[in-house]
Structures are given as C-alpha cells and as structure tokens.
Design a protein around this ligand. Structure first.
Ligand SMILES: Cc1cc2nc3c(=O)[nH]c(=O)nc-3n(C[C@H](O)[C@H](O)[C@H](O)COP(=O)(O)OP(=O)(O)OC[C@H]3O[C@@H](n4cnc5c(N)ncnc54)[C@H](O)[C@@H]3O)c2cc1C
Length: 380
C-alpha cells in the first residue's frame, strides 16, 4: 500500500493551491455578493492546464487522473464552494460522457475547447418532476430530417446560465424505458428553441444554476453521444465519478472551516485564556480533524479505484455521503466555536455553514447514496 501522492500530484497540489489563493480567493466576496460566477476563470485555468487535469495530454489534459481532479476541486472549494461547482462540472459530469463515449469529432469540437476553457460545459438531467428518480424525465428527442427535436425542461443546471453546451438526457423511445430509451445529446447554446433563466439560492451563491427549456430545439444527429438508447448508463457512469469530485468539494469546505476554527480558538481569549484551552473546544477540533482525515481517505480510495478502472460505485457513494456529512458537522462546529462573531455577515464561517447545506442534496441526496450503498452490499 502507498499512502503518498505521486511527485507529480504533489507538485500539482502546490501549484493549484497557490493559484487558488492568488487568483480565486480575491474574487470570492464579489462573486458571492452578486451571485455571479467569475467566468474569466475558465480560460485562465484552461490556459494553465488546471481546469480538467484528469483527461489525457493528447486532449490538453494533464493526465493525472481522478486523484488530480479531486486535488483541484478541493483546493478551489477551500476558497469557494460555488466556484468549485462550476469547475467540477466542467471537468466531470459536463464532459465525462463525451470523453468516454463520444466520437473523435465530438471530442475535438467540445472536449478539447472545454479543457482549454474556451467552451463551458453543463449537464442536464434533473427536471421539475424528476430529481432522485432520474428515469422519470419527460424531455423527449424525436428524430426528424437528420436532427433530434428536443422538447422539455431541465432544472437546477450548474453553469446552465452561461454554458456553451449542455449534455441533455432525453427519451428517444419512451416505450423502451430508461435503460434502453434514454439518449444523451449535446445541445449548443445558440440552437433556436434553447432558452435559459437563472435561479437563485441562499448558499454557494457564486455557483450559478439555471432552468433550461427546449422548445422544438433541433440538435444535429451527429450530436448524439455514443449509441441511441444507451444514454442512461452513460449518465450513471458520469454521476458515479461526479460523486467523488463532489466529495472533494465537501472536503475543501470542511478544511477551510477547520483552519478558520483552529486560528480563532487560539486567538479568542475568554476567562483569561484562549478558548482552545477549554477541553470541550480542543475535543471539537480533534473530532473535526479526524472527520476531515477520514473523508480524505475515502475520497482518495474511490478516486484511486476510478483511475485503476476498478469497480467503485459503492466507494464513490460512501465518499460522497460521508464527506458531505463531514462538511455539515465541521461547519456547524466552526460556527459554534466562533460564537456570535461567526453569525455576522462579514464572517466567512456563516458562508461555510450555508454552503455546506447543499452537500447532502446535490448530485444525489444522502438518502440516494444510502440506497446505492445498500444495493452494493447486497441488500435488495
Ligand atoms: C445547487 C444545485 C446544483 C445542481 N446541479 C445540477 C446539474 O448540474 N445537473 C443536473 O442534472 N442536476 C443538478 N442538480 C439537481 C440535483 O442533483 C437534485 O436536486 C438532487 O438529485 C435531488 O433531486 P430533487 O431536488 O428533485 O429532490 P427529490 O428527488 O424530490 O427528493 C426530495 C427528498 O426525498 C428524498 N427521496 C427521494 N427519493 C427517495 C427514495 N427513493 N428513498 C428515500 N428518500 C428519497 C430525497 O433524498 C430528498 O430528501 C442540482 C441541484 C442543486 C440544488
């Protein structure tokens, strides 16, 4: 067993950590205040090769696998969960199926520019009547004169308000059910009938989500990803990998809340001594550190399995479930340690506390992760 990152991964961790501190941290307050994603980060990170590091060098990636991706997401999330969301979709669910199942033309047209940050990706599965129950989607894609005519509505789509393209899940044949009747199509933002409107949330405000509607939106046949009718399994593959990145985002957030708490507990003096000296607070910090460490190893193990092409469905769900709950526990304790000051708007820990709340809901709720794990351990 080897518990060390490779030299390349360590170098990348240092580089992306310092980039995030210098180039992302200064943008966060404004991005949160205006609920606007700083889209200039896409070309900036793409040019430096920091955007989609897991993809092979031949497409412009760094070839450092899912672990590399996890490192990037964690370092960005340390400063902003909202910004990490946009980056995570670009390197994960927004492009995975194009890489694994797409044609070479699709890779050149969408994946390569996405890796460079010249095109922004989104992933459109969720609908108003289909959240956890993804098979209940109602969007249809009907083949007509060399095109697929898309009709339907997608909701809560990360990057949806500014993306250049979105991977859309739609029924091409409802009679075959989700397993054989759903297909995956790439819809370009300028296609007539593709409309979008922004949604607003109380947490991770710098990460933008949108509702997308498709009204007789004609997508060229060559934008079908992989085989017609096989889209559902491509989506599930993408979502499994996405859970590992999502867990890394929770980890980055928990680490930020922990670091802020360690500093504060050593500086804040009450009853003539730093509050960290009270055993109750020292124990809180000890538990926070343990939670973070445990989450990290679940994540790295799942990412390692992913990189080795070994089964990882259970491990990805465990990492996602555990890390998201760690984010909530750690940010809740961070707020308690900061006392009244933590509740003030200018305090960063109230943002951490708010941002953590989405971790157990997005990209498969905690209940759904438990469903996945229970199935994987043989409970039927
Ligand atoms: C900020 C944000 C970003 C998002 N980004 C994207 C994106 O980019 N692309 C995309 O396609 N989607 C995206 N989503 C959608 C997200 O994946 C869904 O919100 C999530 O899967 C839950 O679906 P839902 O909100 O409809 O909740 P529901 O499915 O309606 O669930 C409501 C509650 O019921 C529980 N529940 C549901 N079914 C079961 C069951 N079988 N057993 C036990 N409990 C159950 C859930 O756990 C939850 O507690 C995003 C959502 C948000 C909020």
């Amino acid at each position: 067993m080897n518990f060390e990152l490779t030299e390349e991964q360590k170098m990348f961790q240092e580089a992306i950590g310092s980039f995030a501190e210098k180039e992302i941290a200064p943008l966060v307050d404004e991005a949160e205040k205006t609920s606007t994603f700083p889209v200039q980060l896409f070309p900036k990170m793409g040019t430096l090769g920091y955007l989609c590091v897991r993809y092979p060098v031949q497409y412009g990636g760094a070839g450092i696998g899912k672990i590399g991706d996890c490192i990037a997401v964690e370092e960005v999330a340390y400063h902003s969960v909202g910004i990490a969301a946009g980056i995570m979709v670009q390197s994960g669910i927004g492009t995975t199926a194009i890489y694994t199942r797409g044609s070479e033309d699709q890779k050149q047209k969408y994946l390569v520019p996405a890796i460079r940050g010249h095109k922004i990706a989104a992933f459109g599965l969720t609908e108003p009547n289909a959240g956890s129950d993804a098979a209940a989607i109602e969007t249809t894609a009907t083949r007509k004169n060399g095109k697929y005519i898309l009709n339907g509505t997608k909701i809560f789509i990360t990057n949806g308000s500014f993306c250049d393209f979105v991977l859309v899940a739609a029924y091409t044949d409802k009679s075959k059910g989700a397993r054989d009747g759903v297909s995956l199509l790439i819809a370009d933002k300028d296609t007539p009938g593709f409309n979008r409107s922004r949604l607003h949330k109380f947490c991770a405000r710098s990460g933008e989500v949108a509702e997308l509607t498709f009204e007789d939106c004609a997508v060229p046949e060559e934008n079908l990803v992989g085989e017609e009718g096989k889209g559902f399994r491509y989506l599930m593959e993408s979502l499994t990998g996405g859970r590992i990145s999502h867990a890394s985002r929770s980890l980055g957030l928990a680490r930020a809340a922990y670091d802020a708490s360690v500093t504060y507990a050593q500086e804040r003096v009450q009853f003539g001594q730093p509050i960290a000296k009270f055993q109750v607070n020292a124990f809180k910090l000890a538990r926070m550190a343990m939670d973070i460490e445990a989450a990290r190893w679940l994540i790295y193990y799942a990412a390692w399995l992913y990189d080795q092409d070994k089964p990882h469905v259970k491990e990805a769900a465990m990492a996602k479930l555990f890390a998201s709950e760690v984010a909530i526990r750690v940010t809740t304790e961070a707020l308690q340690i900061h006392g009244g000051y933590g509740l003030m708007e200018e305090s960063v820990v109230q943002r951490y506390f708010r941002d953590a709340r989405l971790a157990t809901i997005t990209e498969g709720t905690s209940e759904i992760q438990q469903l996945v794990i229970s199935r994987e351990i043989g409970i039927r």
